[in-house]
Write a protein that binds this ligand. Sequence first.
Ligand SMILES: *[C@@H]1O[C@H](CO)[C@@H](O)[C@H](O)[C@H]1NC(C)=O
Ligand SMILES: *[C@@H]1O[C@H](CO)[C@@H](O)[C@H](O)[C@H]1NC(C)=O
Ligand SMILES: *[C@@H]1O[C@H](CO)[C@@H](O)[C@H](O)[C@H]1NC(C)=O
Ligand SMILES: *[C@@H]1O[C@H](CO)[C@@H](O)[C@H](O)[C@H]1NC(C)=O
Ligand SMILES: *[C@@H]1O[C@H](CO)[C@@H](O)[C@H](O)[C@H]1NC(C)=O
Ligand SMILES: [Zn+2]
Length: 603
Amino acid sequence: MLSFPNLLSHVALAVAYASATSASPVLPDTVVKYSTHATREVGEGVSVESFYPPGIYKTFDDGADVFTGGTATIQQAAIAFIQSEVGVDADNIQITTTSDSDVHKVAYARQKLNNIPVANAVAHVAFNNASRVVAFGSSFIRSAKVASPEPSVEIENAIKTAEGTMKGTHEDSFPCPALEYWIQKDGSAALSHVFQVRNQTAGTWYEAFVDAHSGELVSVTDFVAHATYRVLPIWKQYPTEGFEVLVDPHDKIASPRGWHDAGLTRTLGNNAISFRDSMGNTAPQSADNLTFVYDYDFGVPPDYGNSANLHFAEVNAFYIVNTLHDITYRYGFTENSYNFQDDNFGRGGDLGADRVMVSVQDSNGSNNANFATPPDGQNPLMRLFPFIVYNVSQPQRDPAIENDLIVHEFGHGVSNRLTGGGSGRCLQTLEARSLGEGWSDALAEWTEQKSADIKDYFLEEWLGNYPGRWRTYPYSTSTATNPLMYSSGTTVQQEEHYIGEIWANMLHNVYAALVGEHGFSDTALTNPDENEGNVVYMHLFIDSLSIQPCNPTFVAARDAWIQADVNRYSGANKCLFWKAFASRGLGTNAQDFKDDFSVPTGC
Ligand SMILES: *[C@@H]1O[C@H](CO)[C@@H](O)[C@H](O)[C@H]1NC(C)=O
Ligand SMILES: *[C@@H]1O[C@H](CO)[C@@H](O)[C@H](O)[C@H]1NC(C)=O
Ligand SMILES: *[C@@H]1O[C@H](CO)[C@@H](O)[C@H](O)[C@H]1NC(C)=O
Ligand SMILES: *[C@@H]1O[C@H](CO)[C@@H](O)[C@H](O)[C@H]1NC(C)=O
Ligand SMILES: *[C@@H]1O[C@H](CO)[C@@H](O)[C@H](O)[C@H]1NC(C)=O
Ligand SMILES: [Zn+2]
């Protein structure tokens, strides 16, 4: 029981406010659509415009008192206050919920008509710790026309209609359908059957309001939150290419609940969590609707302190890792093949609890990045260290804003989980680890090639501060630009990144041949169902990893690639692949890093 002191002077104040604003008038002609309407596409070509009556909102500084004639519960006090403000009978005010914190308590209410709740006529009263009203909001209405409270359309028929229109189903596990009024923009109150409709494949989850007299859909509630991020889009390599604001970049099939689970409003979700050093240091949303729009100041270098740019970096890393989850998911790195997710939605055989942890501006190192891939069911960890003093002319730079590096690191997770069925043990030999570096570079290149006009590809120029800092040659079909052959494996430095360049360059040649033959799809990042060269390439990239042996050699990786083409495309590209591999010395008789340029007979 709260105690609400009876202070008449403040009641007078409250009443004065009430007469000034009264209840929200029914539909002024000047209704601003922006704040009162929501238009949503539900199902194919069906658009529903929902109306929300205009509201009033007032705050009271140190607080206004409520006259209740004595002590009262928060519910009673709220009803008394709403009554005094909007002139609605206490019988027509229903308290729905209350909440409290250390500094305030809030009661939430809705209006009733004919003893039936009105879904879109709501109010709330907030009290401070001295039980004085500090805020009041209301969209209560005085409706002119109230439909009969007895439905004339059966609930079963309403559900059937909505399921067809909204392309989803009402499931038994949902709350039972209810009857509520919905205020429409002409001021009338439509009696509605209210129930949920969902489609897990399409990633939709709605609440439908179907007119219980006309059978029409009068409104929908969309439970899927929209999210906004300011980032370097995945198709851009370097921050110098320009940041952009992206709305809802998630793939609805790969991430049916979006990238933030319900209630999580930080860089934390089912596929990834990005933070600085400890899991508690995630980036918060910058506005209360899953907006993550932060500025990046190039004048402030990344450091081990609380950098001004930290949240931007966390958001970009979160966005890239989630995007890669979604892209690789569509091409086959799913719950059935040991991908990285906290919850698998019951969709496949592997273990959950292994979303990617991304440590940004990690304080335990410098000038590097890495990715650890433990077995299925354990979280992988990507660590991005600041690039700092390396060379007097090296500016300090943050790898979390250079996409090719993040893609490269995530690529290690993909190749390590797919090879050998999720054990994390199958890219361990020098040769296999080198192939791993190659796949990672190749994945980065694939996300950034933009057209059928294939560019030579250089990695990490911005972080390195000049081309060729981290890789010896650009990846190229020209042997003058990139002379690496299979046999270079014995002449380059015996280290996985150097040997890996040979494989990445072979894959560049495979990619160029495929795009030359089948063209380029602009939508390959989100649509795996086309037949252009870059789409075919990513299918075989993912397919081949799962069917190659543990600790593969160059020869085995080539054979797995060509077999993957048989499995998916009946070997349509067999000779094209042999020619591409053979052009770099990995022909039919290649063995032990001795070049062979031959191709099978018939090619
Ligand atoms: C109420 O909140 C105010 C402002 O935060 C604080 O100064 C005061 O101590 C609180 N009073 C009680 C009784 O908690
Ligand atoms: C759910 O969505 C998918 C993909 O958009 C569609 O193919 C399917 O027919 C939908 N299910 C229902 C019940 O409408
Ligand atoms: C960095 O090192 C400290 C102490 O050595 C450790 O507590 C912390 O967990 C490390 N951070 C990461 C991301 O490993
Ligand atoms: C989120 O809120 C911000 C600030 O109020 C606003 O500018 C933005 O349009 C909103 N975004 C969406 C998707 O509603
Ligand atoms: C230092 O950086 C400059 C240009 O940024 C480059 O020309 C030079 O080779 C670098 N030196 C070393 C030792 O990396
Ligand atoms: Zn690597």
